[in-house]
Design a protein around this ligand. Structure first.
Ligand SMILES: [Zn+2]
Length: 84
């Protein structure tokens, strides 16, 4: 986790709530200056917040997820039960 590193004086614009997973809240947004997508990651337990660069494929995957309370992660499905 870190700060926005795309621009010198970047600020983050919130676009969408992604829900939460494993004690973290995820928000999708972008840099107000250059429009690069960033995810804001917030740790509920510690209050620590940071930013992670979101790749175009991340954004595409995120936007294809219907609104819901949880991010679905393979690791939460009870490991080893994936069908491939
Ligand atoms: Zn920027």
């Amino acid at each position: 986790m870190g700060q926005l590193t795309c621009c010198k004086d970047s600020s983050w614009a919130h676009e969408r709530d992604l829900g939460h997973a494993e004690g973290f809240e995820y928000l999708l947004g972008k840099c107000r200056r250059c429009g690069v997508p960033w995810m804001n990651v917030f740790c509920v337990a510690t209050g620590i917040t940071g930013y992670e660069r979101a790749t175009p494929s991340d954004v595409e995957a995120i936007q294809s997820i219907p609104d819901g309370p949880e991010l679905k992660k393979p690791s939460e499905k009870g490991g080893g039960q994936l069908n491939r």
